[in-house]
Design a protein around this ligand. Structure first.
Ligand SMILES: [Cu+2]
Length: 272
């Protein structure tokens, strides 16, 4: 009996240690900087919280955890930075996350490790780690023209209506997009429930799902709710949310997510 109990507790202890390490590996620490990564044949695009964008080179500050939210516009790609030992698939219509922290300024190669067509071997990039001071300077210089302008492959939307000189952060842009595409017909940001749940306090809240179970409303969940709302439906609400797949460009989705995240800070007392 004693032996069995002993073995069982040993098992539980090892399981707990492993589980803790798994969580540490997967979940970005609080205060991480979120950057949206959109892969397409055959390049990497990055959208930053201040509205800036870059192609091929990912700029990050040293010594700060960075959370990447990845998606693909066409086929499956895989984001691989050998120096940081991180590898994460970028899947069309789906959002995956991975995080890392670079201790020192420097440059590190990005490769695509998922065969994605003729240009696969050219799908390379670079992580450029800057000192926090240099990063601040780089950010100031970023949105030279329309912050989210880029190759258009779906209908022109809000981002194209920005004035060429207008620089705007993702939160403000997100609020504008939400108003323009009609999210506020069903959602509020002041805590009142409409047809859909309020966005106040939504980020990081535990959401009850139909028919049972729950999920933490992280970036991936918020994004999936816009792209494939039928996959995870919130308990107590009708499955009415229209899909915005193909109607919003990745930077616009990024802006909406940043806006929803910001609503939490406005009314922290709303957090259930
Ligand atoms: Cu690829």
């Amino acid at each position: 009996m004693l032996v069995i109990c002993g073995l069982f507790s040993l098992f539980m202890i090892w399981w707990w240690i492993g589980f803790r390490q798994f969580v540490e590996l997967r979940v970005a620490p609080a205060g991480a900087l979120t950057i949206y990564v959109s892969a397409k044949q055959w390049m990497w695009q990055f959208a930053y919280p201040n509205g800036g964008r870059s192609l091929t080179a990912l700029y990050v500050p040293a010594g700060r955890p960075i959370q990447l939210v990845l998606t693909s516009r066409d086929v499956i790609h895989s984001y691989f930075v050998p120096d940081f030992r991180i590898k994460q698939d970028a899947v069309p219509g789906r959002y995956t996350t991975v995080w890392f922290e670079a201790p020192n300024p420097g440059r590190h190669q990005i490769l695509c490790t998922q065969f994605c067509g003729a240009g696969h071997s050219t799908m390379r990039g670079e992580v450029v780690v800057l000192s926090p001071a240099d990063y601040g300077r780089w950010l100031q210089g970023t949105p030279q023209h329309s912050p989210l302008a880029g190759p258009t492959d779906i209908e022109p939307t809000t981002v194209d209506q920005l004035l060429p000189t207008e620089s705007i952060n993702l939160v403000t842009l997100g609020e504008r997009i939400a108003a323009q595409v009609g999210c506020f017909r069903c959602h509020s940001s002041d805590g009142t429930a409409h047809i859909g749940p309020t966005w106040a306090g939504l980020y990081r809240a535990k959401i009850p799902l139909q028919p049972h179970g729950d999920i933490v409303a992280d970036e991936a969940y918020l994004t999936e709710s816009m792209m494939e709302p039928g996959v995870k439906v919130r308990r107590g609400y009708p499955d009415l949310m229209p899909s915005f797949q193909g109607r919003l460009r990745p930077p616009e989705v990024a802006a909406l997510v940043e806006y929803i995240k910001s609503v939490r800070e406005v009314r922290p007392e709303e957090t259930p």
